[in-house]
Design a protein around this ligand. Sequence first.
Ligand code: ACO
Length: 472
Amino acid sequence: MSKNDKQDKANQAPPITQMKTPKVDEKRFVLTDKVSGNEYELDLLNGTVGPSALDFRNFYSQSKMFVYDPGFTSTASCSSEITFIDGDNGVLLHRGYSIEDLAMHGDYIETCYLLLYGELPSERAKQQFAYEIGHHTMLHDQLMTFFQGFLRGAHPMAIMVGVVGALSAFYHDTTDINDPQQCMAAAHRLIAKMPTIGAYAYKYSLGQQFMFPQNNLSYAENLLYMMFAIPAEDYVPSPVMAKAMDRILILHADHEQNASTSTVRLAGSSGANPFACIAAGIASLWGPAHGGANEAVLQMLEEIGDVSRIPEFIERARDKDDPFRLMGFGHRVYKNYDPRARVLRESCHEVLEELGIQDDPLLDIALELERIAMEDEYFISKKLYPNVDFYSGIILKAMGFPTNMFTVLFAIGRTVGWVAHWKEMILEPTKKIGRPRQIYVGHEPREFQLMNARDQSDQSETKKTDWKWFWS
Ligand code: ACO
């Protein structure tokens, strides 16, 4: 196939199929207000597998009451065909395929295709897709100058938020969300350019030259190349490292309606362009309760410092009055072992063996912490298992990535998931702008006070410091 033929083929979007909708069950639910005697009938909606959901969409208009669920612990914010999680049984499926199968037998590029287009690609479709992604990896020359505007010591996630947001200013030809071709091109550009932006953020922090992407390399190899190669020497990515990197990318590719994906959907629901939406997702991922946990795991292991101090930290994690949490443990959805952690645990041992790392003190602490926590009554009773971030942090450190790059690598892997959800959301015929409601607990209406009538004491000043840390 000639280069032009390949390009023409690659530019053809796989057909867009109408999204499936949940089935309305024959059973109906009636909520009874026992004081007024009013009754509200609710539909029960069924997905393919997993819990059903009560349809509250018309509840407010009938009852003038909201549904209160901060943190969305019981709320389905959308229906989706992309990913299924059964947290109680530790199951994660992408488009019906288990994460274990994808990680063991697939690769990242076909996982991207699967998430975006719904099916595993044929050999030919895979080649075309890889070609398309490979030919969008470079950055606009002027975009490269953006990096110079950051301090060398800037956190790379701060650079990611800024530069990815700026993509919309450079690739304006793919920001019309009503044009499917533009949407697809934007999706491909995002998947293709994230490794380049991440690698350049790293290179910039080192004061090293940016390494141009190499289209003859696989996605994972190219990422390693741009991160670790230098112009003065040849660099051939090690197959073991490339395999581990590819697996880490697969394991982070999507995780249904987590905080960052929900952020992308919410931002996108206003009609914002895809680059802006993904920048919002990156910002959300950065927090230590989400993608920032892999970095926090390493910081915690360093803080623990020695195996002998683990009991002290376990004690702190159990103490209700101490805001400390064991980073890399627990998950909102998994109340059983995180299946991604299981796969990564194996890879972790493989990589360390291949790299000849047997006596890393941080690794010793990590493995002992894992052992003790999994036997501890507090962790057992609260179903707090090591999550994917616990092992990814250890592997990435062994591979030579600095700690502050861990969340960037998570963001690179997750971009396809964000983009797939964004695409699904904008194609949804009944989409609405995301607009949660609230229970207002502030002041009742009151009269404006002129300055000379206001409280002038120091007491009014203390209110400014009345902030509590998130975890406390
Ligand atoms: N260490 C100690 N105690 C914990 C931990 C932990 N890591 N995680 C939860 N708990 C305790 C809480 O104190 C709480 O106890 P309580 O019932 O006595 O009040 C109970 O377990 C439930 O915790 P919640 O915060 O209500 O659980 P939630 O589902 O909201 O939080 C979260 C999940 C944010 C992941 C939490 O487990 C946590 O902070 N873990 C550490 C950070 C982390 O590893 N994040 C990565 C998540 S995975 C990912 O994003 C890829």
